[in-house]
Design a protein around this ligand. Structure first.
Ligand code: ADP
Ligand code: MG
Length: 395
């Protein structure tokens, strides 16, 4: 149940599996991580700021080029076998559905490269991942990014990591049909080990801020509640619409353009109480990203905890995207000695994050299991996360 019990990852396993599936060895293996957002939630579609870091869990793609323009896809995570597509036939108007829906992520990545006029082509891909799917840890961005990196390196396409992330997001938006922001792909493509990635989602300007928990005697626990509430999709669209409408009422392009010192005055100009709460979350959250960034830069890691819990309260009460399982994870971790904790990701399920002393891990983990049991919830999955490297070639 803890970070020390992760599945071992023999370096050649993904390559060997490729050979079993396709009958010949791959040209290489590429990997891209999942991510956790330390702070800056629901800010990316408001042109705001985010502060994610990459997980040690990653998605590996073993790949080889094909000269015949076919794209063959296989994932160790999906039992249904190899899916064969034609690269020139990839069409965002007809994304794969049902059991093959997952192929939209890698196929969409290939489509996004081609649609940008880049010379990608056919390939055989085998995918293996230890990023939990649907836990708010961005297995989707890991899959897109690892696929994109494999294809660009195999076909000699010069693309910066940021540009790759932009195309990966386009794959998810336009091909899979998920209206996500840019944070997940940027974190997976660009994060560096021992750092959090401070990202301005408008300019894509990045700052890598040292975030070495281990040296500070700290640990980050990721608490996967293992629930996803149905509200997620509809509520996400509503929140986006609400933010857009509020920005329009205030006469600004996006909520990012409302500086924190002007928040109270702006709230006075909004008549809709729901819009007021949404605006207050986004603007205070951007401010929290700035403050957490400053504290990390100053090496004052423990002091970020209070801001994490403040962020959770704001997501729960003003943005209304939490759920009983996430609230319980946060209140339990905080009561058991965490410096602070918060839901991370879009909400309505998925994971929470807690900043604790290394020594407190057994107590916090035990308290979480006990609290979930008493509430009648399924046991949460708790893992330790260290800020890890972004995407790269591993073989
Ligand atoms: P998250 O990104 O938070 O994990 P999403 O719903 O955005 O959740 O993406 C999860 C989906 O991505 C899965 O349902 C599946 O379609 C696809 N996916 C992720 N990882 C893999 C994998 N290793 N093999 C096949 N499909 C995957
Ligand atoms: Mg995702």
């Amino acid at each position: 149940m803890s970070g020390t019990t992760r599945e071992p990852r023999p370096a050649n396993r993904t390559a060997r599996e490729f050979e079993k599936v396709y009958g010949y060895p791959p040209e290489g293996v590429w990997a891209a991580p999942g991510r956790v957002n330390l702070i800056g939630e629901h800010t990316d579609y408001n042109d705001g700021f985010v502060l994610p870091f990459a997980l040690p869990q990653r998605t590996e793609v073993a790949a080889a080029r094909r000269a015949d323009g076919m794209l063959r896809l296989h994932s160790a995570y999906v039992p249904s076998g190899v899916v064969t597509l034609e690269v020139t036939g990839l069409d965002p108007a007809h994304p794969p559905q049902g059991a093959d829906r997952w192929t939209g992520y890698p196929a969409g990545m290939v489509w996004a490269l081609l649609d940008a006029g880049l010379p990608a082509g056919g390939a055989d891909l085998h995918i293996r991942s230890d990023v939990p799917t649907g836990a708010g840890l961005s297995s989707s961005a890991a899959l897109e990014t690892a696929t994109g990196l494999a294809l660009t390196e195999l076909y000699g396409i010069p693309l910066t990591r940021s540009a790759l992330a932009v195309l990966a997001r386009r794959a998810e938006n336009a091909y899979v049909g998920v209206p996500c922001g840019i944070m997940d792909q940027m974190a997976s493509a660009c994060a560096t080990e021992g750092h959090a990635l401070h990202l301005d989602t408008r300019t894509l300007e990045q700052r890598h801020i040292p975030f070495d928990c281990a040296s500070a005697g700290l640990r980050l626990l990721v608490v996967d509640t293992r629930v996803t509430h149905d509200l997620a999709d509809g509520a996400y669209a509503q929140r986006r619409a609400s933010c857009r409408a509020a920005a329009e009422s205030l006469g600004i392009p996006t909520l990012r353009d409302l500086p924190y010192p002007e928040l109270e005055q702006a709230l006075g100009r909004l008549t809709d109480p729901v819009q007021r709460r949404r605006v207050r979350h986004v603007v205070t959250e951007n401010e929290r990203v700035a403050r957490v960034g400053e504290l990390l830069s100053a090496g004052r890691l423990r002091e970020t905890g209070r801001l994490l819990t403040e962020g959770h309260t704001s997501l729960r009460d003003d943005y209304e995207v939490s759920c009983p399982e996430l609230d319980l994870a946060v209140s339990t971790a905080d009561a058991a000695g965490a410096y602070g904790s918060r839901m991370t990701g879009g909400g309505f399920g998925g994971s929470a994050l807690a900043l604790i002393d290394v020594d407190a891990e057994p107590e916090v983990t035990r308290a979480l299991a006990e609290a979930f049991r008493r509430a009648g919830f399924a046991p949460p999955h708790v893992m330790a996360a260290e800020p890890s490297a972004g995407a790269g070639r591993i073989r």
